[in-house]
Write a protein that binds this ligand. Structure first.
Ligand code: PFF
Length: 454
């Protein structure tokens, strides 16, 4: 493989552009919507510790591997696996890993867009003063009414999908890069404002911070550990080719290792800051941290409706959520779009219309989970819960496991060493131990534990 090879879709204009894009992919609903409610459901501190360990020991080395695979081949994830397996003299079946990633992307985006639609709707609700003076019962009724209306959910889901497609259709530089250059700095400013706002609450330290950082391992179950590990993959956008495709647009001279530390670090800090911003408000309003996917929608508006400055902060918060979601959704669909352009000879526009329409249709499974099909369960889960479990807890960790095995055992060492370009030999050795032994066995052990073998 020559070092001058470039993706046919273009290239990030700089290392910073890649950092913004990959951080944009990583920081999303996972950090602000999902992390708080799964932490709430799994008892707080102990869950957070397992999640942090997973990010460090499994997520970071796999993120380096995934970026490296993309940059080496400069193609969509399916073709990447074909090319690199060929280069390493390995079995062709590795390309199924690319397929699984593409499918996971569709499935995740189908529900991701529905939730991002909730956030968009709440921007309007905040703006029109719907939370003003409301108590817990009113806010819950507002949320329940919204969930009960497939039409409303479909409208906002459609709007969000359209926004995603409008960015993606413009391509790597004028679409993705331009969007994240605006979205990410705005997101950070809004988040800092929210944390500052949460610090004005009386028991911000005693209840919020302590809940996040005081571990009580008796509250952690086997499934909680799986959820923490699955979330490490989800929040870093790993295991499905999103980071791989972003890696394929990465200029040659950029150090993957240093860049990945920064992205994973920023993502983790944002999740913790979101927790720090949200839990004090939840506790101050006397609400349950284990309220599930509706947590931030059922709790935060009460605070926004009753506190000084709440109108403005309510708007800012939900705008921030939509921004975070948009910079992630574009990375969920990009692997499929790139595949259609490279392999099916489609224009970017056609590829966007196809992949966008499929995802949009799939989204109705999630929309109906909250109303018409709320009683319809498979394995005791609604369609939305099943999609979430299947992707975050199974497909992403399995994808990550395979990426680790491929990068650690199948690729030639001289190629990985050359691509990663670590600052010194020791860093490379540490990466190799993590990617060969630690990450795959950790994923495997967690699976064994969940199916009851361990
Ligand atoms: N990392 C995103 C979040 O935390 O919201 C979600 C995500 C994006 C998952 C892209 C997977 C992915 F490939």
């Amino acid at each position: 493989m020559t070092d001058t090879k470039k993706s046919i879709h273009g290239e990030w204009s700089s290392r910073f552009a890649f950092i913004l894009a990959a951080t944009g992919s990583a920081v999303g609903l996972g950090n602000i919507w999902k992390f708080p409610y799964i932490t709430g459901e799994n008892g707080g501190g102990a869950f957070v510790i397992v999640y942090l360990l997973c990010v460090l020991l499994i997520g970071v080395p796999i993120m380096m591997a995934e970026t490296m695979l993309g940059r080496r081949s400069r193609q969509n994830p399916i073709n990447t696996m074909i090319t690199l397996a060929d280069e390493a003299g390995a079995d062709k079946n590795w390309h199924y890993l690319g397929w699984m990633g593409l499918i996971a992307g569709f499935l995740i985006l189908s529900y991701y867009s529905v939730i991002a639609g909730w956030a968009s709707a709440y921007v309007l609700k905040a703006l029109t003063g719907s939370f003003f003076g409301a108590d817990a019962i009113t806010i819950k009724a507002l949320f329940d009414d919204f969930m009960a209306s497939p039409m409303q959910l479909a409208f906002w889901h459609s709007l969000f999908m359209l926004a995603t497609m409008l960015v993606v259709v413009r391509g790597v530089n004028t679409g993705l890069e331009k969007a994240v250059r605006f979205l990410m700095p705005s997101l950070f400013i809004l988040l800092i404002l929210m944390v500052a706002y949460a610090m004005t609450f009386d028991d911000y330290y005693d209840r919020g911070i302590k809940f996040l950082f005081t571990p009580d391992f008796s509250k952690l179950t086997g499934n909680g550990v799986l959820t923490a590990m699955g979330h490490a993959f989800f929040t870093l956008s790993l295991g499905m080719g999103a980071i791989m495709i972003y890696g394929s647009y990465l200029p040659k001279n950029v150090s993957i290792a240093k860049t990945v530390y920064l992205i994973a670090g920023t993502d983790t800090v944002v999740a913790l800051l979101a927790g720090i911003a949200i839990f004090p408000i939840v506790f101050a309003a006397g609400l349950e941290p284990a309220a599930g996917p509706g947590l931030i929608f059922q709790t935060l508006p009460i605070a926004f409706g009753n506190m000084t400055g709440g109108w403005l902060f309510g708007i800012l918060f939900f705008v921030m959520l939509v921004f975070a979601a948009l910079s992630s959704s574009i990375s969920l669909i990009e692997p499929a779009v790139a595949w259609l352009v490279e392999n099916k000879d489609m224009s970017r526009k056609q590829a966007c219309i196809w992949s966008g329409s499929i995802t949009w249709l799939l989204g109705f499974g999630t929309i109906f989970s909250f109303n018409l099909w709320s009683e319809f369960k498979i394995f005791d889960k609604t369609v939305f819960q099943l999609l979430d479990y299947l992707t975050a807890n199974l497909m992403l960790p399995i994808g990550g496991f395979c990426i680790a095995v491929f990068a650690g055992w199948i690729m030639k060492q001289q190629h990985t060493e050359h691509e990663l370009d670590m600052p010194n030999a020791l860093s490379y050795q540490i990466w190799q131990i993590l990617i060969r032994y630690v990450a795959p066995s950790a994923v495997f052990l967690v699976f064994l534990h969940v199916v009851g073998v361990l």
